[in-house]
Design a protein around this ligand. Structure first.
Ligand SMILES: CC(C)(COP(=O)(O)OP(=O)(O)OC[C@H]1O[C@@H](n2cnc3c(N)ncnc32)[C@H](O)[C@@H]1OP(=O)(O)O)[C@@H](O)C(=O)NCCC(=O)NCCS
Length: 147
C-alpha cells in the first residue's frame, strides 16, 4: 500500500470513482454528484494497493478559515474497510492541517461512521442534516496539537 496525492487525470479518475462507488452509488445518485466546487481548493489523499494499482481509500481536507479545516468525502473500498486505511487517511490529513498552523478540525459524520471518528478523537457537537432523506449526519470536532 502507498499513500499518494492524486495528480494525474488517471489518478483523479480513480479518486473520484471510489468516492462515487462508496458515497453516492448505493443511494442511486448520478455520476458527478461525488464532486463539488471545493475540490479545486482542497487537499486530497488516496491509498493505492500496489499489488493491483487500485484505489483503496480516499479523503479530502478543505480549508474553511485560517484556523479551521474540514475533513470530507472519506471513503474506503468495501473489501478494504476495517483494516486501518481510514485511520491513515485521517491522520495524514490532520498532519497536513497541523503543518499549516490549523488547530481545529470539523467534519460531518454519517451516523454509521460516528464510532470511527470517535476512535480518532472527534467529539459530537450536534445532530446536523439528513442526506438523501435517510443518512443522518452529526457535526464533530477535534482540537489537534503537535505533541
Ligand atoms: C467509515 C470509514 C471511512 C472508516 O474507514 P476504515 O478503514 O473502515 O476504518 P479503520 O479500519 O481505519 O477503523 C479505525 C477504527 O474505527 C473503527 N471503526 C471503523 N468503522 C467503524 C464502524 N462503521 N463502526 C464501528 N467502528 C468502526 C474500527 O474498528 C477501528 O477501531 P480500532 O482502532 O479499535 O480497531 C469506512 O469504513 C467507510 O468508507 N465507510 C463507508 C463510507 C462512510 O461512511 N464514510 C464516512 C462518511 S462521513
Amino acid at each position: 500500500m502507498k499513500i499518494i496525492e492524486p495528480n494525474s487525470s488517471a489518478e483523479f479518475e480513480q479518486y473520484y470513482n471510489l468516492r462515487y462507488e462508496v458515497l453516492r452509488k448505493p443511494w442511486l445518485q448520478p455520476k458527478g454528484s461525488e464532486k463539488d466546487d471545493g475540490d479545486k481548493s482542497s487537499i486530497h489523499r488516496m491509498i493505492i494497493d500496489e499489488s493491483n494499482g487500485k484505489a483503496v481509500a480516499v479523503g479530502r481536507l478543505q480549508f474553511n478559515t485560517s484556523e479551521e479545516a474540514q475533513i470530507r468525502y472519506m471513503a474506503v473500498s468495501d473489501n478494504y474497510q476495517l483494516k486501518g486505511y481510514g485511520n491513515i487517511i485521517v491522520k495524514t490529513l490532520e498532519d497536513i492541517a497541523l503543518n499549516k498552523g490549523i488547530r481545529n478540525i470539523i467534519l460531518q459524520a454519517r451516523e454509521n461512521a460516528l464510532k470511527f471518528y470517535w476512535k480518532n478523537g472527534y467529539e459530537i457537537i450536534e445532530k446536523s442534516y439528513l442526506l438523501f432523506d435517510e443518512i443522518q449526519h452529526w457535526l464533530m470536532v477535534k482540537k489537534i496539537t503537535t505533541d
